[in-house]
Design a protein. Structure first.
Ligand SMILES: [Zn+2]
Length: 120
């Protein structure tokens, strides 16, 4: 197999820089937009309580929500304020400190997500 020398080339046009992903002029490129609005979950929303590997501390974990990163972050914020607890949103997973499965489940259902309890 020979190396693909073309991939080493720096692409450019008269109008300026070219996106390395889509080869469109940066001005016309939609990659950043697409990435930003990429839906993270598969829509099979699961609410689970996790204690393993957390020094006995309990967290409520929400996975599978079919939202993009920005909307998921906003949802995480809503859920945290609803529960009055801290937490994070990372890699498409919402974590809320403490056992708030019922509250989170109801909040998700009210927001139109077909959420289900998962595990214990
Ligand atoms: Zn692009």
């Amino acid at each position: 197999m020979s190396a693909h020398g073309f991939s080493k080339l720096v692409y450019s046009t008269e109008s300026g820089r070219v996106c390395p992903d889509c080869k469109q002029a940066v001005d016309a490129c939609a990659c950043a937009q697409t990435k930003k609005s990429a839906v993270l979950g598969n829509g099979q929303v699961k609410v689970a309580r996790q204690t393993k590997g957390r020094g006995g501390k309990c967290v409520t974990v929400v996975t599978g929500v079919a939202l993009d990163a920005e909307a998921l972050g906003a949802l995480g914020k809503q859920l945290r304020s609803r529960c009055g607890a801290g937490g994070t949103v990372k890699d498409g997973v919402i974590e809320i400190q403490g056992d708030h499965c019922e509250v989170v489940l109801q909040a998700l259902l009210q927001a139109g997500h077909a959420a289900k309890r998962s595990g214990g």
